[in-house]
Ligand binder design. Structure first.
Ligand code: PEP
Ligand code: MN
Length: 338
């Protein structure tokens, strides 16, 4: 930011501004002009309170320097963005959108059974990976195009919007042909070529937070997509790596209000990857709605014990029915609807 002093401001007033800037842990660079003096503030001042300086005697105005993630920033667009989820649903606004389905598409019966069950219970989106980013190269890697075809079939039968991951630049056209929303996974949050490629696509993007990414890095990843012309980005908090071992990831729910404070993009929470344990998912989807999440993405399986991926964090169909009832009550309490 730049602190512009009033014409005729005193040396004492300028020194006071300098003192406050230093107290904020920032550097100052005083430029004395013929008419007025300005104090350029050097350092990352994104989260500092400008209003403190605005009220100081002798200060005319404080001009913020645009955020590094300009297009994703709330400074550029005050009203909250709404992103379409297929033809009928949206993420953002007063409703809380629920996307549910298996971690991976495994076969036709499994996907269709779960798709019908989550639709019946009130989900608006169907998740399911056809391309799976697996730590172990010998683990199930997904059904690829066959999985995408099954997702399209499930959409035809249920009307649910399809959300599925794209892992590589050369998969974008293929996945976009079948999906309503392109998911960029945590492991790819800083795959800048992929971010550029989904940015050139016309499909909305669900961008997952990298497991060691700061919120600023997360928003800069969103900025990559937006800078290529695709403004339909949803931010998804899915937990970060910490020293904790009671859960797979630590679900950072304070990221929800913070992202909404600094960005206009809708925020979706994934308590499934976010905890890794189905008995924790239950409390965390409720907490996410209470914290103001615009959407939830939940792993649901018809037979979690035999799931090919992420069974431990998948909830059953009956548990999903209970979840929908529970979050309807919580949504009402925070002036939202499901
Ligand atoms: C998933 O949604 O199944 C997944 C792999 O998510 P993440 O990229 O958040 O780990
Ligand atoms: Mn998963």
């Amino acid at each position: 930011m730049i602190v512009v002093m009033k014409p005729g401001s005193s040396q004492q007033q300028i020194e006071h501004v300098v003192k406050l800037v230093r107290e904020m842990g920032l550097k100052d660079h005083v430029i004395v002009g013929t008419e007025r003096t300005v104090v350029a503030v050097i350092g990352n001042d994104r989260f500092k309170d400008r209003t403190v300086l605005e009220t100081v005697e002798g200060v005319d105005k404080v001009v913020p320097i645009l955020a590094p993630y300009k297009m994703a920033s709330r400074e550029i667009k005050k009203e909250r963005s709404i992103v379409p989820l297929g033809a009928k649903a949206r993420v953002g606004g007063t409703k809380v959108a629920v996307i549910a389905g298996p971690c991976s598409v495994e076969n036709k019966a499994q996907l269709l059974e779960t798709a019908h069950a989550v639709k019946e219970a009130g989900a608006v989106g169907l998740r399911g990976g056809a391309f799976k980013p697996r730590t172990n190269p010998y683990s199930f890697q997904g059904l690829a195009e066959k999985g995408l075809e099954l997702l399209a079939l499930a959409r035809e039968e249920t009307g649910l919007a399809v959300v599925t991951e794209v892992m590589a630049v050369d998969q974008v056209d293929l996945v976009a042909k079948y999906a309503d929303v392109l998911q960029v996974g945590a492991r790819n949050m800083q795959n800048f070529n992929l971010l550029n490629a989904v940015g050139e696509s016309k499909k909305p993007v669900l961008l997952k937070r990298g497991m060691s990414a700061t919120l600023e890095e997360f928003l800069l990843a969103a900025e990559y997509i937006m800078a290529k012309g695709n403004a339909q980005v949803m931010l998804c908090e899915r937990g970060i790596r910490t020293y904790e071992d009671y859960c797979r990831n630590t679900l950072a729910l304070a990221a929800v209000p913070e992202l909404q404070r600094v960005s206009h993009l809708p925020v979706v929470v994934d308590p499934s990857q976010g905890t890794g344990k189905s008995h924790l998912v239950d409390s965390m989807y409720r907490a996410a709605v209470a914290a103001g999440a615009d959407g939830l993405i939940i792993e649901v399986h018809n037979d979690p014990e035999h799931a090919m991926t992420d069974g431990a964090q998948s909830i059953t169909h009956p548990q999903f029915v209970e979840m929908m009832k529970s979050i309807r009550r919580i949504a009402t309490a925070v002036d939202r609807e499901v």
